[in-house]
Design a protein around this ligand. Structure first.
Ligand code: ZN
Ligand code: ZN
Length: 325
Protein backbone atom coordinates (compact mmCIF):
# COMPACT_ATOMS: atom_id res chain seq x y z
CA UNK A 1 0.00 0.00 0.00
CA UNK A 2 1.48 3.33 -1.05
CA UNK A 3 1.00 6.03 1.61
CA UNK A 4 -0.64 9.32 0.64
CA UNK A 5 1.67 11.44 2.79
CA UNK A 6 5.46 11.18 2.55
CA UNK A 7 6.96 12.80 5.65
CA UNK A 8 10.49 13.58 6.78
CA UNK A 9 12.26 15.89 9.20
CA UNK A 10 14.23 18.51 7.27
CA UNK A 11 17.21 18.51 9.67
CA UNK A 12 19.02 16.19 12.05
CA UNK A 13 17.45 15.64 15.45
CA UNK A 14 19.89 18.08 17.07
CA UNK A 15 19.04 20.92 14.69
CA UNK A 16 15.96 23.10 14.15
CA UNK A 17 12.69 21.15 14.04
CA UNK A 18 10.74 21.22 10.75
CA UNK A 19 8.63 18.44 9.35
CA UNK A 20 8.12 18.35 5.58
CA UNK A 21 5.04 16.44 4.40
CA UNK A 22 4.47 15.92 0.70
CA UNK A 23 1.23 14.66 -0.81
CA UNK A 24 1.83 11.76 -3.15
CA UNK A 25 1.16 12.55 -6.84
CA UNK A 26 0.28 16.16 -6.09
CA UNK A 27 2.50 19.22 -6.32
CA UNK A 28 1.64 20.13 -2.77
CA UNK A 29 3.38 19.94 0.59
CA UNK A 30 3.01 21.13 4.17
CA UNK A 31 5.57 22.26 6.69
CA UNK A 32 5.14 21.79 10.42
CA UNK A 33 7.40 24.40 12.06
CA UNK A 34 9.72 26.48 9.98
CA UNK A 35 13.17 26.36 11.55
CA UNK A 36 16.20 26.50 9.27
CA UNK A 37 14.93 24.99 6.00
CA UNK A 38 17.88 25.70 3.71
CA UNK A 39 18.28 21.93 3.18
CA UNK A 40 14.97 21.76 1.31
CA UNK A 41 15.33 21.75 -2.48
CA UNK A 42 13.89 24.76 -4.38
CA UNK A 43 11.33 22.43 -6.00
CA UNK A 44 10.15 21.29 -2.58
CA UNK A 45 9.84 24.87 -1.30
CA UNK A 46 7.58 25.67 -4.27
CA UNK A 47 5.20 22.89 -3.24
CA UNK A 48 4.56 24.28 0.26
CA UNK A 49 1.02 25.69 0.48
CA UNK A 50 0.52 25.60 4.25
CA UNK A 51 2.85 26.17 7.19
CA UNK A 52 1.85 25.16 10.72
CA UNK A 53 3.91 26.90 13.38
CA UNK A 54 3.87 25.55 16.94
CA UNK A 55 5.22 28.79 18.44
CA UNK A 56 7.62 31.48 17.33
CA UNK A 57 10.79 30.75 19.27
CA UNK A 58 13.56 31.44 16.75
CA UNK A 59 14.41 27.78 16.09
CA UNK A 60 10.81 27.16 14.95
CA UNK A 61 10.31 30.28 12.83
CA UNK A 62 13.64 31.50 11.40
CA UNK A 63 13.02 29.73 8.09
CA UNK A 64 10.08 31.98 7.21
CA UNK A 65 12.42 34.32 5.31
CA UNK A 66 13.81 31.45 3.20
CA UNK A 67 10.30 30.41 2.19
CA UNK A 68 9.13 33.99 1.59
CA UNK A 69 12.00 34.66 -0.76
CA UNK A 70 11.42 31.42 -2.69
CA UNK A 71 7.68 32.05 -3.13
CA UNK A 72 7.57 35.75 -4.06
CA UNK A 73 6.69 34.98 -7.70
CA UNK A 74 4.29 32.14 -6.97
CA UNK A 75 0.62 32.47 -7.93
CA UNK A 76 -0.65 30.03 -5.30
CA UNK A 77 -1.18 31.69 -1.90
CA UNK A 78 0.74 30.66 1.20
CA UNK A 79 -1.22 29.99 4.38
CA UNK A 80 0.44 30.23 7.78
CA UNK A 81 -1.21 28.90 10.95
CA UNK A 82 -0.01 29.44 14.49
CA UNK A 83 -0.77 30.53 18.06
CA UNK A 84 -2.23 33.88 19.14
CA UNK A 85 0.81 36.01 18.21
CA UNK A 86 1.47 34.54 14.74
CA UNK A 87 -0.08 37.44 12.80
CA UNK A 88 2.10 39.98 14.63
CA UNK A 89 5.15 37.78 14.07
CA UNK A 90 4.54 37.45 10.30
CA UNK A 91 3.85 41.18 10.10
CA UNK A 92 7.09 41.86 11.98
CA UNK A 93 9.06 39.69 9.54
CA UNK A 94 7.50 41.44 6.53
CA UNK A 95 8.17 44.87 8.02
CA UNK A 96 11.84 43.99 8.21
CA UNK A 97 12.32 44.58 4.46
CA UNK A 98 11.62 47.26 1.82
CA UNK A 99 8.93 46.23 -0.67
CA UNK A 100 8.82 49.07 -3.21
CA UNK A 101 9.62 46.84 -6.22
CA UNK A 102 7.19 43.94 -5.89
CA UNK A 103 3.88 45.40 -7.08
CA UNK A 104 3.72 42.87 -9.95
CA UNK A 105 4.52 39.89 -7.77
CA UNK A 106 1.56 37.59 -7.21
CA UNK A 107 2.28 36.20 -3.73
CA UNK A 108 -0.53 36.39 -1.20
CA UNK A 109 0.03 35.31 2.40
CA UNK A 110 -2.92 34.42 4.61
CA UNK A 111 -2.25 34.05 8.32
CA UNK A 112 -4.52 32.37 10.86
CA UNK A 113 -4.03 32.61 14.60
CA UNK A 114 -5.70 30.36 17.13
CA UNK A 115 -6.64 31.63 20.56
CA UNK A 116 -9.09 29.70 22.72
CA UNK A 117 -12.36 29.26 20.84
CA UNK A 118 -11.56 31.75 18.12
CA UNK A 119 -9.41 31.94 15.00
CA UNK A 120 -8.39 35.32 13.59
CA UNK A 121 -7.07 35.87 10.10
CA UNK A 122 -5.13 38.59 8.32
CA UNK A 123 -3.58 38.71 4.88
CA UNK A 124 -0.57 40.32 3.29
CA UNK A 125 -0.38 40.79 -0.50
CA UNK A 126 2.81 41.54 -2.44
CA UNK A 127 0.82 43.86 -4.77
CA UNK A 128 -0.02 45.88 -1.69
CA UNK A 129 3.58 45.88 -0.32
CA UNK A 130 2.53 43.33 2.27
CA UNK A 131 0.44 45.82 4.25
CA UNK A 132 -1.62 43.96 6.82
CA UNK A 133 -5.33 43.51 6.04
CA UNK A 134 -7.34 42.17 8.96
CA UNK A 135 -10.10 39.79 7.99
CA UNK A 136 -11.82 39.19 11.30
CA UNK A 137 -12.45 36.36 13.68
CA UNK A 138 -14.38 33.11 13.42
CA UNK A 139 -15.15 30.24 15.76
CA UNK A 140 -12.39 27.65 16.24
CA UNK A 141 -13.48 24.11 17.09
CA UNK A 142 -10.14 22.31 16.77
CA UNK A 143 -10.12 21.84 12.98
CA UNK A 144 -7.91 24.18 10.96
CA UNK A 145 -8.20 22.70 7.48
CA UNK A 146 -10.74 20.24 6.10
CA UNK A 147 -10.53 18.99 2.54
CA UNK A 148 -11.86 15.80 0.89
CA UNK A 149 -8.43 14.17 1.27
CA UNK A 150 -7.52 15.17 4.83
CA UNK A 151 -8.19 17.13 8.02
CA UNK A 152 -5.61 19.14 9.98
CA UNK A 153 -6.33 19.82 13.64
CA UNK A 154 -4.58 21.97 16.21
CA UNK A 155 -4.35 21.46 19.95
CA UNK A 156 -3.53 24.32 22.33
CA UNK A 157 -0.84 23.53 24.86
CA UNK A 158 1.52 25.39 27.11
CA UNK A 159 5.30 26.00 26.84
CA UNK A 160 5.19 29.00 29.22
CA UNK A 161 3.94 30.67 26.03
CA UNK A 162 0.99 29.24 24.02
CA UNK A 163 2.12 26.43 21.74
CA UNK A 164 0.11 24.43 19.21
CA UNK A 165 0.38 20.72 18.40
CA UNK A 166 -0.90 19.48 15.05
CA UNK A 167 -2.35 16.35 13.53
CA UNK A 168 -2.84 15.47 9.88
CA UNK A 169 -5.39 12.79 9.15
CA UNK A 170 -6.24 11.27 5.83
CA UNK A 171 -10.03 10.75 5.64
CA UNK A 172 -9.60 7.22 4.30
CA UNK A 173 -7.14 5.44 2.09
CA UNK A 174 -7.99 4.20 -1.40
CA UNK A 175 -6.07 1.20 -2.67
CA UNK A 176 -6.27 0.23 -6.34
CA UNK A 177 -6.63 -3.48 -6.95
CA UNK A 178 -4.23 -4.18 -9.82
CA UNK A 179 -5.76 -7.61 -10.56
CA UNK A 180 -9.25 -6.10 -11.10
CA UNK A 181 -7.65 -3.46 -13.28
CA UNK A 182 -6.15 -6.19 -15.46
CA UNK A 183 -9.48 -8.04 -15.58
CA UNK A 184 -11.21 -5.11 -17.22
CA UNK A 185 -8.18 -4.40 -19.39
CA UNK A 186 -7.33 -0.94 -18.12
CA UNK A 187 -3.82 0.50 -17.74
CA UNK A 188 -2.26 2.12 -14.69
CA UNK A 189 -2.04 5.89 -15.26
CA UNK A 190 -2.91 9.40 -14.14
CA UNK A 191 -6.62 8.64 -14.58
CA UNK A 192 -6.43 6.68 -11.31
CA UNK A 193 -5.86 9.97 -9.45
CA UNK A 194 -9.02 11.28 -11.11
CA UNK A 195 -10.89 8.15 -10.00
CA UNK A 196 -9.63 8.55 -6.43
CA UNK A 197 -10.65 12.19 -6.39
CA UNK A 198 -14.15 11.27 -7.62
CA UNK A 199 -14.49 8.68 -4.84
CA UNK A 200 -13.22 11.10 -2.17
CA UNK A 201 -15.60 13.79 -3.28
CA UNK A 202 -18.40 11.25 -3.24
CA UNK A 203 -19.49 12.11 -6.78
CA UNK A 204 -22.61 10.33 -8.12
CA UNK A 205 -22.28 6.84 -9.64
CA UNK A 206 -23.33 8.24 -13.04
CA UNK A 207 -20.23 10.48 -13.20
CA UNK A 208 -18.40 9.65 -16.44
CA UNK A 209 -14.68 8.95 -16.68
CA UNK A 210 -12.81 8.41 -19.93
CA UNK A 211 -10.01 5.86 -19.77
CA UNK A 212 -8.03 4.84 -22.88
CA UNK A 213 -10.81 6.24 -25.10
CA UNK A 214 -13.42 4.13 -23.33
CA UNK A 215 -16.25 5.68 -21.34
CA UNK A 216 -17.09 4.40 -17.86
CA UNK A 217 -19.52 5.32 -15.14
CA UNK A 218 -17.92 5.88 -11.75
CA UNK A 219 -20.03 3.07 -10.27
CA UNK A 220 -18.47 0.59 -12.77
CA UNK A 221 -14.96 1.52 -11.65
CA UNK A 222 -15.61 1.58 -7.90
CA UNK A 223 -14.92 -2.13 -7.53
CA UNK A 224 -11.26 -1.76 -8.47
CA UNK A 225 -10.82 0.43 -5.36
CA UNK A 226 -10.69 -0.79 -1.78
CA UNK A 227 -11.17 1.66 1.08
CA UNK A 228 -9.02 1.31 4.20
CA UNK A 229 -8.23 3.45 7.24
CA UNK A 230 -6.36 6.67 6.42
CA UNK A 231 -2.92 7.75 7.59
CA UNK A 232 -2.51 9.85 10.74
CA UNK A 233 0.57 11.88 11.58
CA UNK A 234 0.91 14.06 14.66
CA UNK A 235 3.52 16.65 15.51
CA UNK A 236 4.13 17.89 19.07
CA UNK A 237 7.05 19.93 20.35
CA UNK A 238 8.13 22.35 23.07
CA UNK A 239 5.69 21.43 25.78
CA UNK A 240 5.87 22.05 29.53
CA UNK A 241 5.64 18.97 31.73
CA UNK A 242 2.30 18.94 33.49
CA UNK A 243 -0.59 16.49 33.66
CA UNK A 244 -2.95 18.65 31.67
CA UNK A 245 -0.57 18.92 28.69
CA UNK A 246 0.33 15.23 28.85
CA UNK A 247 -3.28 14.02 28.97
CA UNK A 248 -4.29 16.30 26.14
CA UNK A 249 -1.42 15.06 23.94
CA UNK A 250 -2.24 11.40 24.59
CA UNK A 251 -5.82 11.93 23.38
CA UNK A 252 -4.77 14.07 20.45
CA UNK A 253 -2.09 11.70 19.15
CA UNK A 254 -4.14 8.54 19.76
CA UNK A 255 -3.76 5.99 16.98
CA UNK A 256 -1.22 8.02 14.97
CA UNK A 257 0.78 5.97 12.48
CA UNK A 258 3.69 8.30 13.15
CA UNK A 259 4.05 10.55 16.17
CA UNK A 260 6.74 13.23 15.93
CA UNK A 261 7.51 14.53 19.41
CA UNK A 262 10.24 16.50 21.07
CA UNK A 263 12.62 14.79 23.49
CA UNK A 264 14.67 17.88 24.33
CA UNK A 265 15.98 16.70 27.69
CA UNK A 266 16.68 13.30 29.23
CA UNK A 267 15.17 12.08 32.46
CA UNK A 268 18.38 12.77 34.45
CA UNK A 269 17.97 16.48 33.58
CA UNK A 270 14.36 16.73 34.75
CA UNK A 271 15.10 19.97 36.66
CA UNK A 272 16.32 21.62 33.43
CA UNK A 273 13.29 20.29 31.55
CA UNK A 274 10.95 21.85 34.13
CA UNK A 275 12.78 25.19 34.06
CA UNK A 276 12.84 25.33 30.25
CA UNK A 277 9.27 24.08 29.73
CA UNK A 278 10.28 21.04 27.64
CA UNK A 279 9.35 17.36 27.81
CA UNK A 280 11.88 14.69 28.68
CA UNK A 281 12.55 11.73 26.38
CA UNK A 282 11.12 9.35 28.96
CA UNK A 283 7.83 11.25 29.15
CA UNK A 284 7.69 11.42 25.35
CA UNK A 285 8.08 7.63 25.24
CA UNK A 286 5.27 7.19 27.78
CA UNK A 287 2.94 9.51 25.86
CA UNK A 288 3.60 7.58 22.65
CA UNK A 289 2.93 4.25 24.39
CA UNK A 290 -0.28 5.41 26.06
CA UNK A 291 -1.51 6.99 22.82
CA UNK A 292 -0.97 3.68 21.03
CA UNK A 293 0.99 5.21 18.16
CA UNK A 294 2.55 2.99 15.51
CA UNK A 295 5.88 4.70 15.25
CA UNK A 296 7.56 7.29 17.49
CA UNK A 297 10.03 9.78 16.00
CA UNK A 298 11.73 11.53 18.92
CA UNK A 299 13.27 14.84 17.78
CA UNK A 300 14.51 18.31 18.81
CA UNK A 301 17.28 17.15 21.19
CA UNK A 302 19.34 19.51 23.31
CA UNK A 303 22.84 19.90 21.78
CA UNK A 304 24.28 18.91 25.20
CA UNK A 305 23.68 15.24 24.29
CA UNK A 306 25.52 15.36 20.97
CA UNK A 307 28.69 13.72 22.26
CA UNK A 308 26.97 11.33 24.63
CA UNK A 309 26.62 7.63 23.77
CA UNK A 310 23.06 7.33 24.95
CA UNK A 311 20.87 9.74 23.04
CA UNK A 312 17.42 11.07 24.03
CA UNK A 313 16.01 8.88 21.27
CA UNK A 314 17.25 5.72 23.04
CA UNK A 315 15.54 6.74 26.26
CA UNK A 316 12.30 7.64 24.47
CA UNK A 317 12.16 4.40 22.47
CA UNK A 318 12.97 2.26 25.51
CA UNK A 319 10.06 3.80 27.39
CA UNK A 320 7.81 3.57 24.32
CA UNK A 321 8.54 -0.15 23.97
CA UNK A 322 8.20 -0.59 27.73
CA UNK A 323 11.66 -2.07 28.14
CA UNK A 324 13.04 -1.93 31.66
CA UNK A 325 16.68 -1.11 30.89
ZN1 ZN B 1 12.32 24.60 20.34
ZN1 ZN C 1 10.33 26.76 22.30
Amino acid sequence: MKPTFIHNLVNSHFEDPSLFVRIMREKRAFLFDIGNITKLHPGDLQKITDVFVTHTHIDHFIGFDTLLRALLRREIPLRVFGPSNIIDCVEGKLKGYMWNLIKEYPLRIEVFSVDGNSATSSCFYAENRFQRIDRGTSRFDGTLVKEPLFTIKALQLNHQVPCLAYSLEEEFHININKASLNDIGLPVGPWLSELKRAIRENRPGETELVVSDRRFFLRELREIATITRGQKISYVTDIAINNENIEKIIEFARGSDTFYCEAYFMDKDMDRALKRFHLTAKITGRIAREAGVGNLVAMHFSPKYREQDEKPEDEALREFRNQTS
